[in-house]
Design a binder for this molecule. Structure first.
Ligand code: SF4
Ligand code: SF4
Length: 269
């Protein structure tokens, strides 16, 4: 049965309380935390460099490059450090997939008087997708509970109870209820995760990389520390997996949420 969306359906409006940017350390959805604890410390090609309690928001490698520039402009020391990496036994390099802001406080270092000091920029997906933590496409479960998609946000009170259970209606509803673009950003971020996973598998199949798997975690950490480091998308250039133009096109595609728009088109026509 299709659930009709009322024309007066609520629209999300961020009230700029600053709460989501005030506590960014160790904030991870429970199911992600369990997965990370179980798999991300040496069992899989991608290894988590820091414990979950120390983690803050992840930045894709190209986003970390932008944040390094913005921290100079905003006079901020965000201590941008590697978060997830592959130790490649072929090249002996640590290939960094994501970074995080390892600042001294619990709050994002770019937050000033409850306002983001780089709000005018593209910022990172993780900044632009909130109040979403993830999109509904990450789960194959057609009865995906709406609560599991969102982080804690006071502006969600009226919207949450109205999210339709029917998957197709839910996508349509979310697209309309989040005119700030956070839904599209959440979908695109999940599609980037999918792209990253597929690319790593392809690199392994083609024997371009040979990730260190099933080594003791402390051994991996020592190797990471001493290894030459390279960002994932720089590595894709170095090994001729992508040309410079292809990488530029890819990041532009991500920035413009083109994959997300294609993904939801069938639901919103
Ligand atoms: S997204 Fe929610 S928690 Fe974050 S600033 Fe807006 S209202 Fe506050
Ligand atoms: S960069 Fe801005 S939006 Fe992103 S977490 Fe920091 S304060 Fe929040």
């Amino acid at each position: 049965m299709l659930i009709k969306i009322k024309s007066d359906a609520p629209k999300f409006q961020c009230n700029a309380c600053g709460s989501c940017c005030s506590h960014i350390r160790g904030i991870i959805a429970k199911e992600d935390l369990n997965f990370i604890r179980e798999n991300a410390y040496g069992k899989l090609p991608v290894v988590q460099i820091v414990p979950p309690e120390q983690m803050t928001f992840p930045l894709w490698d190209w986003e970390a490059k932008r944040f390094r520039e913005w921290q100079n402009e905003a006079n901020v020391d965000a201590n941008i450090s590697p978060l997830r990496a592959i130790l490649d036994l072929n090249s002996n390099k640590a290939i960094i997939l994501t970074y995080f802001m390892n600042s001294k406080t619990d709050a994002c270092p770019f937050l000033r008087e409850k306002k983001c000091s780089i709000y005018h920029t593209q910022r990172a997906y993780v900044c632009r997708l909130f109040p979403f933590n993830r999109s509904p496409f990450i789960s194959q479960d057609k009865e995906y509970p709406a609560e599991g998609m969102f982080g804690e946000c006071g502006a969600m009170e009226k919207i949450l109870p109205q999210v339709p259970k029917d998957f197709a209606e839910m996508i349509k509803f979310l697209n309309e209820a989040f005119p700030d673009g956070s839904f599209l950003n959440a979908v695109q971020n999940d599609l980037i995760i999918e792209w990253e996973n597929k690319t790593i598998i392809d690199l392994m199949k083609k024997n371009i990389i040979k990730p260190a798997i099933n080594y003791p975690y402390n051994f991996l950490l020592r190797r990471f520390k001493n290894a030459e480091k390279i960002d994932f998308t720089d590595f894709l250039l170095e090994c001729n997996y992508l040309t410079l133009k292809e990488r530029e096109r890819l990041i532009k595609r991500f920035d413009n949420n083109l994959d997300a728009k294609e993904k939801i088109i069938e639901f919103v026509r």
